[in-house]
Ligand binder design. Structure first.
Ligand SMILES: Nc1ncnc2c1ncn2[C@@H]1O[C@H](COP(=O)(O)OP(=O)(O)O)[C@@H](O)[C@H]1O
Ligand SMILES: [Mg+2]
Length: 251
């Protein structure tokens, strides 16, 4: 199951700071949207509004015709934040199982999930015996263990090394083909965005506005071979141009 997401004229102010400026965004059920943009442009703010962790100053957010809070109460949202949020007293497998117990949704088997995430042999370790990258993977497993309809991710792979990052990204793509979800994925990593997403939304520098909405039409799940596809090359180049200016032609 997955649900569509609709943002209408969404603004968010923090005192004098305008973090989001009249954002309109329609995400179809099952679509994978990557959000890229310079630091401070409002990506986390947008994600928090959809996750029901914050309220817009104006405009509306709907998920499958319901409010984010109704969706959250029904445990239909999965959230992976930038920093791991694991329970310090729970061993890895127990942490993953905990979300399943709380939500009453069996979803994916915890130990199998942890093995997928490269944590075989670490299932019964406490958080202080795991590295930052491992913790983030436990966090990730916990967020999808109850098989939510909507997966909200804020730079989920930023603590990982490049190899693990690519491996987990490709695993995520394949997993979503098995159990489709609507995904909102914030990343700084242009290649990762294009490798995984159906659409890449490029944000302007603050206040956050949508600068471009770029479809990536190649079928998902994709493999690492997509990196050499002309579509991949063209789109990553275009996004870099939007984010970093015309640096290729300036030299
Ligand atoms: N709780 C808050 N209180 C005050 N200002 C905030 C708060 N959250 C975010 N901001 C401001 O909103 C802007 C966007 O922040 P954020 O969404 O975190 O950007 P990004 O995730 O794109 O780096 C920034 O100027 C940030 O300082
Ligand atoms: Mg952020």
């Amino acid at each position: 199951m997955s649900a569509d997401i609709q943002l209408r004229n969404v603004t968010r102010r923090f005192g004098a700071t305008l973090a989001l400026d009249t954002v309109d965004l329609d995400i179809a059920a099952g679509q994978f949207i990557a959000l890229v943009g310079p630091s401070g442009c409002g990506k986390t703010t947008l994600l928090r509004l959809v996750a029901d962790l914050d309220q817009p100053s104006g405009g509306s957010v709907l998920i499958g015709d319901q409010s984010p809070s109704a969706m959250r109460r029904q445990r239909k949202l999965g959230l992976v934040s930038q920093r791991p949020a694991v329970l310090p007293w729970k061993r890895a497998a127990a942490d993953v199982e905990f979300t399943q117990q709380v939500t009453g949704r069996e979803g994916l088997p915890a130990r199998g999930l942890l093995r997928h995430f490269g944590l075989a042999g670490h299932e019964d370790k406490l958080p202080h015996h795991l590295s930052g990258g491992m913790l983030q993977r436990v966090n990730f497993a916990s967020a999808i263990a109850h098989d939510p309809d909507v997966l909200l991710m804020d730079e989920p792979f930023s603590a990982l090394d490049e190899m693990k990052r690519e491996e987990l990204g490709l695993w995520l793509g394949a997993e979503l083909a098995r159990r489709p979800k609507t995904v909102l994925f914030v990343t700084h990593h242009v290649d990762e965005a294009v490798l995984l997403a159906d659409r890449v939304i490029v944000f302007s520098p603050a206040p956050g506005r949508i600068l471009a909405d770029i479809p990536v039409t190649a079928p998902r799940p994709r493999t690492a071979a997509f990196r050499t596809d002309p579509q991949f090359v063209e789109i990553t180049d275009r996004i870099r141009g939007l984010l970093f200016g015309n640096w290729r032609h300036a030299a």
